[in-house]
Design a binder for this molecule. Structure first.
Ligand code: SAM
Length: 268
């Protein structure tokens, strides 16, 4: 993970708090099942060696496309998918936010958090759990998802006119953290897909700059080769600290990574 040389870490948050956050996270998230609150003894704790699971082989079938077979095979053999199921997280993505939080100390008790592209709700669960009863968590997705206790959910396209305003109303105050794990469906046309990725990230940053409190943080999924130069320039200008991160839970073959910007200074 490479530190951006042109920007300084903020004084109040960042890797310096890593040790303190680590113990907190182990207790609040990974040791207990989030929805049933029962520790699954079969699920390894962070750092423990994971028992080797039997590999599931999914055969190709004439009723199923090859891409679906490969997806199913990958899901069934993915340790994070199995672990998320055992520990009660809605998605394997929950581990990406847990890792980012452990590294950067993003989620604080009582914080106001906005989660853009929140279905099926893993990041919402993590945010609710970490911010506690006095936290305020809202999410948006155009896909329907079951309620996440403790979070407000807006079922709407974030790019629709009026969506940012509705989210702001639900938030009821300035945000401490804006998360975006949004990913537009791919078209197969590379340059179109890249443009859509950048457009989504820029819309997320526009929103973040509008709602973040001074000192707030922004986390956004981006893709390697996604021409995020302009986005990075804005982040460096408006935040104290900007860094890229690729959590272990993010598939190594995937071009996805996250940009983490902390210490919001206001729109430059
Ligand atoms: C990778 S998933 C998010 C997973 C989520 N972080 C979790 O932990 O469960 C990306 C989500 O972004 C949503 N999304 C993409 N573009 C969007 C848009 N314009 N408005 C709202 N949601 C969007 C998709 O519907 C999808 O559910």
């Amino acid at each position: 993970m490479e530190r951006d040389k042109s920007s300084k870490p903020p004084k109040r948050a960042g890797p310096a708090k890593k040790r303190q956050r680590k113990s907190n996270i182990a207790k609040t998230a990974l040791g207990a099942e989030p929805e049933k609150r029962v520790r699954n003894k079969a699920a390894p704790m962070r750092g423990e060696a994971q028992p080797r699971a039997l590999k599931v082989n999914v055969k190709t079938s004439k009723d199923r496309e090859l891409s679906s077979t490969l997806w199913l095979r990958r899901q069934l053999n993915d340790p994070y998918v199995r672990r998320a199921k055992a520990e009660g997280w809605r998605s394997r993505s929950a581990y990406k936010l847990l890792e980012l939080d452990e590294k950067f100390g993003l989620l604080k008790p009582r914080a106001r958090v906005v989660d853009l592209g929140s279905a099926p709700g893993g990041w919402l669960q993590v945010s609710v759990k970490a911010t506690g009863k006095k936290g305020h968590v809202v999410g948006i997705d155009y896909l329907n998802m079951p309620a996440v206790p403790g979070a407000g959910i807006l079922e709407m396209d974030f790019l629709d006119e009026g969506a940012p305003e509705r989210l702001k109303q639900m938030l009821g105050g300035k945000a401490d953290l804006v998360l975006s794990d949004m990913a537009a469906p791919t078209t197969g046309h590379k340059s179109t897909d890249l443009l859509r990725i950048v457009a989504l990230a820029e819309a997320a940053l526009d929103f973040a700059e509008d709602v973040l409190a001074p000192g707030g943080a922004f986390v956004c999924k981006v893709f390697a080769g996604g021409a995020e130069g302009e986005l990075l320039n804005r982040l460096k200008q408006n935040f104290d600290f900007v860094k890229h991160a690729k959590p272990k839970a993010s598939r190594s073959g995937s071009a996805e990574k996250y940009v983490v910007a902390m210490g919001f200074k206001g729109r430059g």
